[in-house]
Design a protein around this ligand. Structure first.
Ligand code: HEC
Length: 139
């Protein structure tokens, strides 16, 4: 009898640990529903050292890959947007999308609306775009 009680206690604590981890997990994925933001991705920092120097490159990358949906100033008004592409300059996105999140959103996309760029761009190009997006949304 005593042993059974002990097993039950262990099982119960395992269950609650699992539940806790699950709640934490869904908390993060609810905020970024449908996007792939790996653990710790939110806190990743851009390795691009000198933002002003990359802005021309970022603008060119944006023009080739993103503008058709997100529009020339990132406001979601490109010809291929169908009204769905996000306005990347909204003020609330500054807090929602720190640079690590921007990186993973562009890298992994949000199929089917937002394409993933991990097979067409390098990590460095995506970080360059992240610097450009940060400049676009300066208030
Ligand atoms: C085919 C059209 C299309 C292209 C091309 C495209 N996007 Fe998007 N993008 C979207 C759509 C649609 C959404 C909204 C998706 C959603 O929220 O489900 C989106 C969302 C985003 C978001 C997330 C906004 C947020 O706050 O959640 C970022 C960041 C982004 N795009 C950046 C880019 C960048 C950078 C490029 C170019 C490398 C790009 N997009 C190319 C259509 C596109």
């Amino acid at each position: 009898m005593k042993k059974e009680g002990c097993i039950r206690l262990v099982a119960a604590s395992l269950f609650f640990t699992g539940l806790f981890a699950f709640t934490l997990g869904t908390g993060l994925s609810a905020q970024y529903a449908g996007w792939t933001i790996p653990e710790g991705g939110k806190d990743e920092k851009s390795p691009i050292a000198s933002p002003p120097a990359v802005s021309a490159k970022g603008k060119a990358l944006f023009g080739t890959n993103c503008q058709k949906c997100h529009g020339p100033a990132g406001q979601g008004d490109g010809p291929d947007s169908n009204g769905a592409a996000a306005d990347l300059t909204d003020e609330f996105r500054i807090e929602l999308n720190p640079e690590g999140v921007l990186h993973h959103k562009v890298w992994n996309g949000h199929p089917p609306e937002m394409p993933a760029f991990k097979s067409t761009l390098t990590k460095e190009e995506v970080w360059t775009l992240v610097e450009y997006l940060k400049a676009l949304r300066q208030p």
